[in-house]
Design a protein around this ligand. Structure first.
Ligand code: CA
Length: 351
């Protein structure tokens, strides 16, 4: 613990009129305590600080670095396979332009849903890049170089088999943290991604509240449909996490009544860190919202995103200080991070 800093932080919060729970654990619902006894390190897209996001290599590295949960972002192919990619288009992490130059839509993008799994297998996954005057520029300059080595796109089933296989060979029990991406887009393409994802989860034995899985989504309507219709119909009870972004569509959920509504169908929230500490905060004068307290009062776990050593908010001098603010002082229950190793190390030496 960092008592001096915590005291200073509390004083600051009182000054700005916010209240915060420093003793975070007491309010978590008793049926959930078993799952959330310790601070969770959730590998965001794998050990994506070191290897291209969502490759099996990045997942194996996250596993070896001691992550407690490993994240999968999920989209669907033309032939109804669920694959692990952050975007429902392929442009920013593959060589699709070179392999299938005439397969873009009118907006210039290459959509996963327009390709079969066999076609996706022909693509090479790269560290994330953006195009600038036709040239590929790495989004994170210090990370793995773009378009190097050899990484294929993996299906959700293949990634689960990797993690479950490692669980068997190491004796650990690392969990999965899948995200259903853009259910409305998939529906407009004739795909029910939620049903497809739940079928894979059920096939691999993730069907009870106590299983090592959290299913996350930004779409509140879809999560309510999953809780109210799909899970009962499939005889499943897995924990659900409502992701919260900074956009206006999430404002209602940040109020006491809105959070109560979230708690009626979800077991946790995955908010942007900006919803917990205002990004304009300066060191020693943090503007902390009441979001974590609101959620904890309702028994919701709080797993904010995204903790990156190479993309720090201005108020944190280094990565350990950022973790200290969220894990020690504010008391969130886990973090999504691109750097599982540093986060595990912090938790083991400080908490
Ligand atoms: Ca995600």
């Amino acid at each position: 613990m960092r008592p001096v800093k915590a005291a200073g932080l509390l004083a600051t919060m009182l000054l700005v009129g916010c209240v915060v729970t420093v003793n975070d654990r007491a309010l978590v619902g008793k049926d959930r305590v078993a799952l959330w006894q310790s601070k969770l390190v959730i590998a965001h897209r794998g050990a994506s600080g070191y290897l291209p996001e969502h490759t099996l290599a990045a997942k194996a590295m996250a596993y070896a670095q001691g992550a407690h949960f490993i994240e999968q972002d999920l989209v669907m192919t033309k032939d109804d396979h669920v694959v692990v990619l952050h975007d429902y288009y392929l442009d920013s992490v593959t060589n699709v332009r070179d392999v299938f130059p005439d397969r873009s839509r009118a907006d210039g993008r290459y959509y996963v849903v327009d390709f079969t799994l066999a076609e996706l297998r022909q693509l090479a996954v790269s560290e994330r890049f953006k195009l600038s005057d036709g040239a590929k520029i790495a989004v994170f300059e210090q990370r793995f170089p773009i378009e190097k080595s050899s990484f294929p796109i993996a299906t959700f089933a293949e990634e689960i088999e990797l993690i479950q296989g490692l669980n068997q060979s190491t004796g650990r029990s690392v969990g999965i943290y899948p995200e259903i991406k853009s259910p409305a887009f998939h529906r407009s393409e004739g795909k029910d991604i939620s049903v497809a994802v739940l079928e894979v989860l059920k096939t691999y034995g993730y069907d009870e509240q106590s299983d090592r899985v959290f299913l996350q989504c930004f779409d509140a309507n879809e999560l309510q449909r999953i809780r109210g219709e799909l899970l009962p119909a499939m005889n499943m009870t897995i924990p659900l996490v409502q992701l919260l972004g900074t956009g206006p569509e999430f404002r209602a959920a940040l109020t006491p009544d809105g959070m109560k509504a979230v708690a009626s169908y979800a077991d946790g929230i995955g908010p942007s860190m900006k919803l917990i500490v205002a990004p304009g905060s300066v060191a020693g004068k943090l503007q902390i919202t009441n979001l974590v307290e609101l959620a904890h009062e309702l028994g919701l776990a709080v797993h904010p995103y995204t903790f990156r050593r190479d993309l720090l908010p201005a108020y944190a001098a280094d990565y350990a200080e950022l973790l200290g603010i969220f894990l020690d002082d504010i008391g969130v229950d886990g973090v999504f991070t691109d750097f599982p190793d540093l986060t595990v190390e912090y938790i083991e030496s400080n908490l």
